[in-house]
Design a protein around this ligand. Structure first.
Ligand SMILES: Cc1cc2nc3c(=O)[nH]c(=O)nc-3n(C[C@H](O)[C@H](O)[C@H](O)COP(=O)(O)O)c2cc1C
Length: 330
């Protein structure tokens, strides 16, 4: 069974990917309830943290019930990253994760996120110092390389292991690819097949069906799957994958009542956590998936995603439950 430091995980664990404005405590809790084995926060700027920027600091919040939880940080300045580690430790997460994969221009232009894939010695140095700074297990999330001509992930993963990381999650795309094309899991399997690797190697990118998860496990031999987009507005994905692993059969999709209840709880937790305005705004992106496939739904979706008032969104949920209560999801 794979382990991250002393954290014991089940066979082929499912990890909730860090996702900006998505992987917040309410959503992580819902995913945990549905079977996610490890959850990660969205990325948090080390520069923001050390300046006590409210937007970064609020992201450190974790609920006890979501453990094991990893807090993900990004940055490229050693001093800032080390200070950020000290701050992160006070929130008492189970894992500290370093983001070496974010492809966004404003991040990579500062050499952070996937930007650091152009400077592997810096990547290794930062990681080494972070590992030395904390007693918590450190994990890394990265991409295959900067571009197709610079895929050195086998060597990179081994070097990161040698400076002490406890697991690596690899998104099967390069920085240049952003999110285009299909994720390529072959180079991730090469990392896993490197005889010197002893830490868990988790695959990421396009695990969007239970069959894909099985393929990652059985054909590519990886240690677990990190799941991002397939879980947005669909925390049941984790349970469905696990059910498929166990039985080879698809679990019936959640009923309308379960979906409405999840949407209600999600919104309420988000409001309790970050206030009505942000809670209403940031939960919107989940509704499309919560209620995917229902015909003639536009009017209701519009109410959910345009209203600034929580009471109106809750009223829309009630209306949906009443009107579409016996809708059968395929
Ligand atoms: C909305 C969104 C936000 C993301 N934010 C982060 C982030 O904060 N940190 C990170 O390492 N990756 C981030 N990612 C990348 C995901 O963690 C993941 O690597 C990517 O979506 C591929 O996995 P998937 O095909 O399962 O979605 C983000 C992805 C999305 C869609």
């Amino acid at each position: 069974m794979p382990k991250i430091g002393n954290i014991e995980l089940p066979d082929f664990p499912l990890l909730l990917a860090p996702m900006e404005d998505v992987s917040d405590p309410p959503f992580r809790k819902l995913c945990k309830e549905q079977g996610a084995d490890v959850v990660y926060t969205e990325f948090i700027s080390s520069e923001g943290l050390i300046r006590d920027a409210a937007k970064s600091v609020i992201k450190l919040d974790i609920y006890e019930k979501e453990r094991p939880v990893g807090i993900q940080i990004f940055g490229a300045e050693l001093d800032s990253m080390l200070q950020a580690v000290d701050i992160v430790e006070k929130s008492n997460p189970d894992i500290i994760d370093i983001n070496f994969g974010c492809p966004v221009k404003k991040v990579v232009c500062k050499n952070a996120g996937a930007g650091i894939l152009r400077d592997i010695p810096l990547m290794v140095k930062l990681t080494e110092e972070i590992v030395k700074r904390t007693k918590l297990p450190v994990t890394v999330k990265t991409r295959l390389g900067w571009d197709n001509n610079s895929i050195k992930i086998v060597e990179v993963a081994e070097r990161l292991q040698d400076v002490g990381i406890e697991a690596i999650s690899i998104h099967g795309r390069t920085r240049v690819q952003m999110y285009k094309g299909e994720a390529d899991w072959k180079p991730i399997a090469e990392v896993k097949n490197n005889q010197r690797m002893r830490i868990p190697v988790f695959g990421n990118g396009d695990v969007d069906t239970p069959e894909a998860a099985v393929k990652m496990r059985d054909e590519y031999g990886l240690d677990g799957a990190m799941i991002g987009r397939a879980s947005i507005g669909y925390p049941w994905f984790f349970k469905e994958v696990k059910h498929y692993f166990k039985t080879g059969e698809h679990l019936a999709p959640p009923t309308m009542q379960e979906r409405v209840e999840a949407a209600r709880r999600h919104l309420q937790m988000a409001i309790d956590w970050k206030g009505e305005k942000l809670g209403v705004f940031e939960t919107r992106r989940h509704y499309t998936n919560y209620f995917k496939g229902i015909p003639h739904f536009k009017e209701y979706r519009m109410k959910m995603v345009t209203s600034d008032d929580a009471a109106d969104v809750f009223a829309a949920f009630d209306e949906v439950e009443e009107k579409f209560g016996d809708y059968q999801f395929a």
